[in-house]
Design a binder for this molecule. Sequence first.
Ligand SMILES: Cc1cc2nc3c(=O)[nH]c(=O)nc-3n(C[C@H](O)[C@H](O)[C@H](O)COP(=O)(O)OP(=O)(O)OC[C@H]3O[C@@H](n4cnc5c(N)ncnc54)[C@H](O)[C@@H]3O)c2cc1C
Ligand code: SF4
Ligand code: SF4
Length: 595
Amino acid sequence: MSLKDVLMPFTAWGNLFKEPVTVKDSRNVEAAPRYRGFHVNDVDTCIGCGTCEEICQNAAIDLVEVAGRDAKEGDSGLRPMIDYGRCCWCALCVDVCTTRSLGMSNEYKWVSSDPEDFRFVPGVDEKSWNDNNKGYFKMDGYDLYSTERVEMGELHPEERDKSFVEMIQGFSKEQAQKEADRCVACGICTATCPAHMGIPQYIEAIRNDDLEEGLRILYETNPLPEICGRICTHKCETVCSLNHKGDPLSIRWLKRYIADQIPESKYKEILETENITKNGKKVAIVGAGPAGLSAAHYLALMGYEVKIFEVQEAPGGMTRYGIPEYRLPYEMIDKDVDYIKSLGVEFQFGTRVGVDVPLETLEKEFDAVFAGTGLHLGRSTRVPGSDHKRVYQAIDLLRDVSYGKEIDLAEKVVVVGGGNVAMDITRTIARLQNKKFGKVNVTATCLEAEGSMPADDEEVIEAREENATIDPGWGPQEIIVENGEIKGLKVAKCLRIFDDEGRFNPSMDMENQKVFEADMIVESIGQAMDISYTDNIKEKLTFGPRGRIQVSPDFQSNIPWLFIGGDIIQGPDVIHGIANGHKAAKGIDKFLKSK
Ligand SMILES: Cc1cc2nc3c(=O)[nH]c(=O)nc-3n(C[C@H](O)[C@H](O)[C@H](O)COP(=O)(O)OP(=O)(O)OC[C@H]3O[C@@H](n4cnc5c(N)ncnc54)[C@H](O)[C@@H]3O)c2cc1C
Ligand code: SF4
Ligand code: SF4
């Protein structure tokens, strides 16, 4: 042993009089401004998407119910609770938070003898650091996922303004996978979708390039994926959590991508529907629209013999006879319907129930009936001149176009209405005028002012790109007729649409009037139902508000064998029809099994 080794322990004594390197009492020391301390959460901005919970590798986050906060569209009502016994302060939850509501204060000191105190809901439970602005927050422009959508290819206005060729081109595999990669799998979309589709699950199937699995997930809740993949009102996208700080996911186009990649001939094998055991019971369906088709599909899978009675010559309802082909090609409707036919569903076209076949006959010959007859009567403005023969209903013209009939088109047309149906007829007329006259002269006008038109913004933009004029904020007063010919539509500036009680009661500035020149007027201000086929049983049926037949959550009327759904009950859009048809199919099955 050397002398140095002997003296070494005593050299430590020298440190006694030096400044300590470590902190004696950490409670009085401030953390650095960006220190990651206890979490804070702006609970009004948070939507309870659970993405933070999902990413946490330590299972330190649980989404929990909090008092006074209920689930609503786009908000699960839950809020993250953090367990500081597990949290390692990695801040991944902050980096991934879709709304940027979650952050970390720079407060890291908390003394309590109760371990339960270290599990709390930031922003809900009172904490001294709740208003602390220092700490770790997601920086602007920094995200773990892309906030921008993969752009969808579409035909330029000059390529589409004379043609009914589909304008949206669809994703390639690379584009679809890139877009699917943006999904944080929160599922907030599923709660909002009327059919509660397994959206994050089919998006994951795209990411995994397992499109057969994707198709199976689609068909669990939606038997019209080609139709919905093109024209669904995509309520899911309006609540997508990515919408809070970027573009929502292109959920509709991703659904279309799956269906587009798989030929219908492979569906039965993939969906394992080659051998369905029949149960010997029969169900009649009135109307081959989305509601009727959906009910037929799920009933056929349950083993029922299903026959659809349809007044038109082809299936699809308003998706074929309303929605123009440039948005939804007929062959795509056929693809969805061909698969339903392949399950054994029978169709009888050109048959109006209530006229060609009484409803009572269906009652006698079938075990149950589902009616999904839609809204097929146009509503008139009833202004003077609206009974002129050159005043048309949008849905009648759109039906004629679908049948390939030549419509008696004028060079100057005015469309009354500002919804999506009005945009469909305006853009259809623009194409037909361009083909026939080489120029477009169609004006759509409505009560609502610019910015509050009921039509989707993209529809208005695209109509203008196709050279239609959209001049909103006017109320129709009179259709001017001279020598038996329409000369125009007189309108007055609309001041407001609803009165103080919220009733539809438009008021106009009669000092501010003008005339839209026109040789032909098209009205597109809404549709009504024709349920005259129920006339013989009307006294037995219970009606609810707005003349709608009352139904149970299973869409069963108070006449047990009669189920009713789709636009005549709820909607009006395709996905509600699909959801109604599916629920009605389950209801019919329950009813017939209990008989
Ligand atoms: C121009 C237009 C554009 C639209 N665009 C969109 C869109 O982009 N996205 C969207 O989601 N929705 C859209 N909709 C709405 C959508 O088409 C409807 O909500 C949907 O088709 C309703 O489905 P349904 O089955 O209830 O009724 P329908 O589709 O109307 O089908 C009812 C069927 O019943 C038949 N029928 C009626 N009475 C009888 C009878 N007595 N006997 C036998 N058959 C009968 C009809 O001929 C019809 O085929 C649009 C509608 C229109 C008019
Ligand atoms: S990720 Fe953000 S918005 Fe979603 S639950 Fe967590 S804190 Fe709330
Ligand atoms: S599509 Fe949007 S809302 Fe749906 S799971 Fe993905 S991120 Fe969430």
